[in-house]
Design a protein around this ligand. Structure first.
Ligand code: DX5
Ligand code: ZN
Length: 219
């Protein structure tokens, strides 16, 4: 799989429906939703109400829900209500990663685990066989529009090598500072899902999406 997941963190919230409609027309399948609680990260953003509304208006969009919150277990039921494609939580926010992965799956939702730039891939060793996705943060979470941190490329490469060697099934997602200049290299290293906020929503959103999509799909 090679897909772009536009992150609505950088969208025009007074115009969200129109922007999603325009992107969907160009083949967008995933929409990335950044949930921030003002504790795990300094910013406060979107909650389950917005997820429900997007799902109601765009039932066939795959919601890619990125929880950047403390105590994620407490909110899984609320976010599962909108029937998302996947819910990611942060390893740094959860002491019982195995339990939470299984709980998300018990709701019929794919379970993803996300790691901050400074968190090593090795900490995921024992959950890699059971997660549906690993989301590599390529900026420190909290805000859109930051620059891609180059050393995170090695983490993508490492995950791809482990996946190949062990025959695991998780897909690799990358989030933060992804743009038309670096997306090709990120793709070559084995990334499957490219989360892009400002590089889609700043300027001509349709042209931005088309360009990124074309690069990763090679057509
Ligand atoms: C950052 C969020 C990202 C953010 C990416 O904490 O998790 O999803 O929207 O924005 P850009 O693509 O602008 O770096
Ligand atoms: Zn995100």
């Amino acid at each position: 799989m090679k897909e772009i997941a536009p992150s609505i963190l950088s969208a025009d919230f007074c115009n969200l429906g129109e922007q999603l409609k325009a992107l969907k027309k160009e083949g967008m399948e995933f929409v990335h939703i950044d949930v921030m609680d003002g504790h795990f990260v300094p910013n406060i953003t979107i909650g389950p109400l917005v997820c429900n509304s997007i799902k109601k208006n765009f039932p066939d969009l795959k919601l890619d829900v990125h929880l950047m919150i403390e105590n994620p277990m407490r909110y899984i039921d609320a976010f599962a209500e909108s029937n998302p494609y996947i819910i990611y939580f942060h390893l740094e926010a959860e002491r019982h990663a195995d339990r939470l992965i299984n709980y998300i799956k018990s709701k019929g939702v794919k379970a993803g685990i996300s790691i901050n730039p400074a968190t090593p891939v090795s900490l995921l060793e024992h959950v890699l066989p059971i997660v549906d996705s690993v989301l590599v943060m390529s900026v420190n979470p909290g805000f859109g529009g930051q620059s891609f941190i180059p050393y995170t490329l090695n983490k993508i490469k490492l995950l791809n090598n482990i996946r190949r060697a062990q025959n695991y099934n998780f897909f690799i997602a990358v989030d933060g500072g992804v743009n038309s200049e670096n997306i090709e290299e990120i793709s070559r290293l084995g990334c499957n899902l490219f989360i892009a906020g400002s590089s889609v929503f700043k300027g001509n959103i349709v042209e931005n999406f088309k360009k990124l999509n074309k690069t990763v799909k090679g057509k």
